[in-house]
Design a protein around this ligand. Sequence first.
Ligand code: ADP
Ligand code: MG
Ligand code: MG
Length: 206
Amino acid sequence: MNFDADAARAWVVAAAAAVTENADHLTQLDSAIGDADHGVNLKRGFTAVTAALDGFAADGPGAVLVKTGTTLISKVGGASGPLYGSAFRAIGKALDGPEADAAALGAALRDGLAAIRKLGAAAPGDKTMVDALDPAVEAFVAAAPDGLGPAAEAAAQAAEAGAKATAELQARKGRASYLGARSVGHQDPGATSTALILRALATVLD
Ligand code: ADP
Ligand code: MG
Ligand code: MG
């Protein structure tokens, strides 16, 4: 099976369900080191995305993901909206044609990471979503020769490990950075939602 428009749609719908189901947890994490709105922001954004994709005619996965990104940018006020929005848009722009194989999706995910890093200027270790996405993209690309399912599973596991590891880090970007050393000991909300979004991809491609 290749990554086509239906698979992209299924990924986004599964990601929407995951962030909605975990919205309270994400907001709790954000209440410790931010402004207690991450779950609310993503729930609102992904609810708008599923509505926008309903009946949206797409000729390939790229169109679905560009639409997802554009909608997140317009509907989410917090930092995470433009960051996730530009990532989905970059992933979608990288995917032309009716379907993508694992190598193409890996390259597209790398473009998504680059978009987040360009917009947010966060490096690995700054305690942001980059700490989940960067190892996930590397794991996906490394496992791409094994196919989409194994690559997505490797990416989800790497994202989960990266998100957990943010607890030990001091924040250097975003609102959590205002806390300085007091941000240590709390898992980053954005890294946590990135792990949910990549777990959703693994579930859909399994
Ligand atoms: P806000 O901080 O505006 O309330 P959210 O709560 O929705 O937005 O999202 C916060 C998350 O966004 C953080 O946990 C972090 O992962 C991510 N984030 C914040 N600033 C940056 C940045 N400059 N680069 C990458 N990720 C960032
Ligand atoms: Mg917040
Ligand atoms: Mg906010």
